[in-house]
Design a binder for this molecule. Structure first.
Ligand SMILES: Cc1cc2nc3c(=O)[nH]c(=O)nc-3n(C[C@H](O)[C@H](O)[C@H](O)COP(=O)(O)OP(=O)(O)OC[C@H]3O[C@@H](n4cnc5c(N)ncnc54)[C@H](O)[C@@H]3O)c2cc1C
Length: 510
């Protein structure tokens, strides 16, 4: 093998990004002669938010060999079937973005084309009536789809809401059991080799010095290694996604947790509600050019389901990403690599993508120009695809009740998004670019839900007679209704398989 092999991976930071990376690398590289060391500082702490996820996270846990029910129990998690959006298309309007598909395709054509045709024939039923996820979410039901459950329940996609600090602690136990080493300490300086420019070591408080071959920057928004030491610039997207602040607070439970996240648009941003087993997470994401921090907090606290049980946590962020995710021998994963606001719960997924690509491109030696270039290309694509989908939520609004909404409704958008929106609007056509994350269901749910849905349908849908079509769709509705009837409630499922064993500790609420 040419060059200097990588034997020591140093992970700087122990938030969700740090421990997900440590868990994956310790499991996959531990037997390949690579040591994994994580440095974190309890005094600095983590960002303390990040509780809603999207379905691919189940694959991450499965690849580590983690038992799903144990993970749910240990992190006070609940199941998430999608997101309810209120007041986004217009005040008083509501729609659901489901994690499972709509209907069944007929004659090789997408289901929604037939639904569009039937609508043109006068049938006013909503798309959600053909979504198992939407119906189950509003009925408060959940059943984990297993391979022998059949085609209908197989349509159910799900993710989790969980306590981020418990997830990091859970992954820490896992990573340490696979041989990862944790060092408590504050990184004070990043030492670079004056000739190669590569990072040689991290200097910690109390004079300690940790040498390594490959350094993973998981230091959060600080970007201590990738930004401050390696000088990778930040590509700013805040002209398209202008929200740049958030305030988060936990509140007590109000009844059984619902199996979905709620996002409610406010005058200059939006508010999330994330139900966990022991409490509810809430936050208000907003744009400081249109709303003060005091007013944002006031709006949040006035719209909680229960009594606040933590102090409001104010955060600032800038939407965008590093020009280089991987620079020299430093790979940025997590908030250090970039941030897209949490509207579709994509940050932890982008961590997962960073780890998957790092593993797929894990270099044979420290000098890895081809791997680095490919990693940077792939991660830029991932961020760009998610960015476009998020902008859709703001652009496709009819709201004209506040300057913030006027700005986002009228703003110019990236060409890549414009093309997608035009194609979808004309006859409901959608094609994924490369390994794009969000699929037809997601784009259709948001566009249709916000009044930007298709104006026509594919002529191919005329191939079925109107009566045939009407009957087929009625059959689908009947099958869904029967399936929902037979499902346990979300709470009953949790009680039976994965109820958190211990009562919530005070620290969990903070
Ligand atoms: C308002 C908001 C809401 C969000 N909601 C969601 C969501 O619903 N779903 C989702 O997927 N994501 C969400 N995210 C993103 C999510 O919180 C992050 O992706 C995730 O927590 C990972 O953070 P991190 O590990 O990169 O950084 P952090 O949690 O900030 O961790 C940084 C680590 O680096 C350490 N560190 C920093 N400096 C030093 C130093 N000098 N020496 C030693 N250690 C150091 C810290 O101690 C800490 O351990 C949200 C983010 C925000 C801001």
């Amino acid at each position: 093998m040419k060059g200097n092999p990588i034997q020591r991976v140093i992970i700087a930071g122990g938030g969700t990004a740090g421990w997900m990376t440590a868990a994956a690398l310790a499991k996959l590289m531990g037997n390949a002669g690579v040591s994994v060391t994580l440095i974190e500082s309890e005094a600095i702490g983590t960002v303390g938010v990040g509780e809603a996820t999207i379905p691919p996270i189940a694959k991450f846990n499965a690849q580590l060999g983690i038992d799903e029910h144990e993970f749910v129990r240990e992190t006070q998690a609940t199941f998430k079937l999608g997101i309810e959006f209120n007041d986004w298309g217009g005040l008083g309007e509501s729609y659901f973005h489901p994690f499972g598909r709509y209907g069944f395709d007929l004659e090789g054509l997408d289901f929604h084309q037939y639904w569009l045709r039937l609508r043109e024939l006068g049938d006013a039923r909503e798309l959600g009536e053909y979504s198992l996820n939407t119906l189950a979410a509003y009925a408060g039901k959940f059943l984990k789809p297993e391979p022998d459950h059949g085609q209908v329940i197989g349509q159910m996609g799900y993710a989790f809401h969980f306590d981020a600090s418990l997830y990091a602690a859970f992954l820490r136990r896992f990573a340490e059991s696979k041989g990862a080493t944790r060092i408590e300490g504050k990184i004070e300086r990043v030492e670079r080799n004056p000739e190669s420019g590569l990072i040689a070591a991290l200097a910690l408080d109390e004079g300690r010095r940790i040498e390594g071959d490959l350094f993973i920057d998981c230091t959060g928004f600080r970007g201590l290694l990738i930004g401050q030491a390696m000088g990778s610039d930040y590509r700013d997207w805040s002209h398209w996604l202008p929200c740049n602040r958030a305030v988060a607070v936990a509140c007590g439970k109000n009844g059984d947790p619902l199996p979905f996240t709620r996002s409610t648009a406010r005058e200059a941003g939006w508010q999330w509600r994330i139900p966990l087993q022991h409490r509810t997470g809430n936050g208000h994401v907003y744009c400081d050019a249109h709303l003060s921090a005091e007013r944002a907090e006031e709006i949040l606290l006035a719209n909680l389901d229960g009594e606040a049980i933590s102090s409001p946590n104010h955060l600032r962020f800038q939407t965008g990403h590093r020009e280089q995710f991987w620079a020299g021998n430093c790979v940025a994963i997590g908030l250090s690599s970039g941030f897209l606001e949490p509207l579709e719960s994509t940050s932890i997924h982008l961590i997962q993508m960073g780890i998957a690509k790092l593993v797929a491109l894990f270099p044979g030696s420290i000098e890895a120009p081809f791997e680095r270039a490919e990693y940077n290309r792939l991660m830029t694509d991932d961020f760009t695809h998610v960015r476009d989908f998020l902008i859709l939520h703001y652009k496709a609004t009819k709201r004209d009740d506040a300057p913030f909404w006027d700005y986002v409704r009228e703003m110019s958008i990236p060409e890549s998004l414009k093309q997608k929106m035009d194609l979808l609007r004309s006859r409901g056509r959608f094609f994924k670019y490369d390994a794009e994350l969000f699929d037809l269901t997601s784009w259709l749910a948001v566009a249709e839900g916000q009044g930007w849905g298709p104006e026509g349908y594919s002529p191919v849908a005329n191939g079925l007679s109107a009566s045939n079509l009407s009957q087929s769709l009625a059959n689908m509705r009947a099958v869904y209704a029967k399936t929902i009837d037979a499902m346990p409630t979300h709470q009953a499922y949790i009680d039976r398989f994965c109820k958190a064993a211990r009562p919530a500790r005070r620290a969990d609420a903070a």
